[in-house]
Write a protein that binds this ligand. Structure first.
Ligand code: ASP
Length: 571
């Protein structure tokens, strides 16, 4: 006999009198008036079973042993419930199965938490993830994951993209994070890096004539774990030959809209709006602004250049945020404290400093009745950073964010390089393979501070979903970028010789993109973090509470890999 011939959530009133076999998990058992009621559950829903000792004494005998999460198989007739017994909350609530054959297929020990319990400690949920997965929330999220990825694969397929598998074990790729290293038994002392992304392989696929590459690629980055970060994550990784920036943006937008439609969520309007990096930093103090609410930062540097107010006059940059609210003295003090934590020297409220300002200045700062202008005066990056954070902080606090909106947009025209305190020189803004804006190649070394990259970021409600760029496809240009980053010829050959060789053997112009799939799905599922859409995630310490990994290994195993620990192994 088959384990089941119908799923738990499928039966309806018109199934009355059918004889069925169902199988699933015990959600609840209730004993009432000599009868035993069981809610049987699978991923399609719940179904009520009734076991009546008068009709089936054998089944009733077994029924008394049933506990939550036991797996049952039951056969019986579908019966319409009496009107007063109908459960309008359940799609199967009009019927029940009157069981005459019952079997306990497997049993469960007492549960570490109940499936319908709210606020279960997350580590406990992850330790027993197989139980947590049975909840409606996890079932919905993991299935949404599949639906969205299938839709994206369909978009790729319609557009002639080819799924090419690239190695996980490789040389380090400069994506800006630390590599995970993998020792190699056959070559002691040498290590593979786990790929931070398939970046160079996908570029080589273009040199190899693949034309349209994609992959739902697993990537590894050794970074602190956060709401939207795990050590290992997946990205929709794509690369296209003979394209302009707009072609790449078009494909990405089609993927987003395809996934929304498949998930049954109203998709965002295309084309997604464009915002330059410079504009985003000026108006929103962030390169991933949340545009679900207004509150733009205003420039005041010119107007305050000759201010009587020394703080404004002497600062390299003065900007302000107009907030649609007034603040009490204590609220203002608290805001100023927060701004100082973010690096500001102070936070001036226009009302407090207006006596130091000229007519011309006051006229320039149009502040409506009932609003407050908050000023920061400092170096430009500090001003942008603090006002950007303040904008988001106040929008949350004042409840200005319409949580029902989905605002997508592109950030474009990034600088190619940024100054790095850490390296004491220039480093790439995206990665070193990004092409300059057409015609600016000559500026790479001559004017590194002002050269623009053809780099683009996709933003959803203030989250960076992913990045991409048009790539350099000329070896000499690539070498100029490496030189700006302080790499001499030997280092270039050592680290990227294979790329430079490929770029000398007929590379087509190309560009691509990578979008964090887990982050995308978490946002689509309206979940606060990617752990809720990942089957087996790790916790913030980097551990896997389910398997207990990572674990220590005996010295003998390490010796084989040519590794000796300097610190004794932890317990
Ligand atoms: N490799 C880049 C990343 O993983 C994306 C790209 O430029 O295509 O962020």
């Amino acid at each position: 006999m088959a384990w089941r011939d119908v799923m738990c959530g499928e039966l309806r009133a018109h199934d009355a009198d059918r004889r069925v076999t169902v199988a699933g998990w015990t959600d609840t058992r209730r004993d009432h008036g000599g009868l035993v009621f069981v809610d049987l559950r699978d991923h399609t829903g719940k179904l009520q079973l009734v076991i009546n000792p008068e009709c089936s004494p054998a089944a009733a005998q077994i029924a008394h042993e049933i506990r939550n999460e036991f797996v049952l198989q039951a056969t019986g007739e579908v019966a319409a419930r009496a009107p007063e017994a109908i459960n309008p909350e359940l799609p199967t609530g009009q019927v029940e199965v009157q069981v005459d054959e019952l079997r306990i297929v497997s049993r469960s020990t007492p549960l570490p938490f109940q499936l319908d319990e709210e606020n279960v400690d997350e580590t406990l949920r992850l330790r027993y993830r197989w139980l947590d997965m049975r909840t409606e929330r996890m079932q919905r999220n993991l299935r949404l994951n599949h639906t969205a990825i299938t839709a994206i694969r369909n978009v790729m397929d319609e557009r002639d993209f080819v799924d090419v598998w690239t190695p996980s074990m490789t040389r380090g790729t400069p994506e800006g994070a630390r590599d995970f290293l993998l020792p190699v038994r056959l070559q002691p002392g040498k290590f593979f890096a786990l790929a931070q992304s398939p970046q160079l392989f996908k570029q080589l696929c273009m040199v190899g004539g693949i034309d349209r590459y994609y992959q739902i690629a697993t990537c590894w980055r050794d970074e602190d774990l956060r709401a939207d970060r795990q050590f290992e994550f997946r990205q929709l990784d794509l690369e296209m030959a003979f394209v302009e920036r707009e072609d790449v943006l078009d494909v990405m937008e089609a993927c987003v809209v395809g996934a929304f439609e498949a998930a049954g969520v109203e998709p965002p309007q295309r084309p997604f709006p464009h915002l330059s990096y410079a504009d985003a930093m000026l108006r929103y103090g962030s390169d991933k602004p949340d545009l679900r609410f207004e509150m733009e930062i205003q420039e005041a540097t010119e107007v305050t250049r000759d201010s009587e107010f020394g703080v404004f006059k002497n600062a390299a940059c003065v900007r302000y945020l107009v907030v649609p609210r007034t603040f009490s003295r204590s609220e203002q003090t608290r805001l100023e404290e927060i701004a100082k934590e973010w690096g500001a020297k102070g936070l001036a409220n226009l009302a407090q400093v207006s006596k130091f300002l000229s007519e011309r200045e006051l006229e320039a700062f149009g502040v409506p009745e009932g609003s407050t202008a908050l000023f920061v005066a400092d170096e430009e990056p500090v001003v942008a950073h603090v006002l950007g954070l303040l904008r988001v902080h106040l929008a949350r606090e004042l409840d200005l964010i319409d949580a029902g909106r989905d605002v997508f947009h592109w950030i474009l025209d990034f600088p190619l390089f940024e100054h790095s305190e850490e390296f004491g020189g220039w480093t790439f803004m995206h990665h070193p393979f990004t092409a300059t804006v057409a015609g600016e190649e000559g500026q790479i070394e001559a004017d590194s501070a002002n050269v623009h990259g053809q780099h683009y970021d996709l933003i959803w409600n203030g989250w960076e979903l992913g990045s991409g760029s048009i790539r350099i496809h000329e070896a000499e240009v690539q070498q100029a970028v490496f030189r700006v980053m302080g790499m001499d010829e030997d280092e270039q050959r050592d680290k990227f010789g294979f790329l430079l060789d490929a770029l000398q053997m007929g590379p087509p112009p190309h560009g691509g993109f990578a979008m964090g799939i887990d982050r995308f799905i978490a946002l689509l599922a309206r979940e606060p973090d990617i752990r809720q859409v990942t089957a087996f995630p790790k916790i913030a310490s980097g551990a896997d509470p389910l398997t207990g990994a990572p674990t220590a290994y005996p010295d003998s195993a390490l010796r084989e890999l040519g590794i000796r620990l300097t610190d004794p192994q932890p317990e």
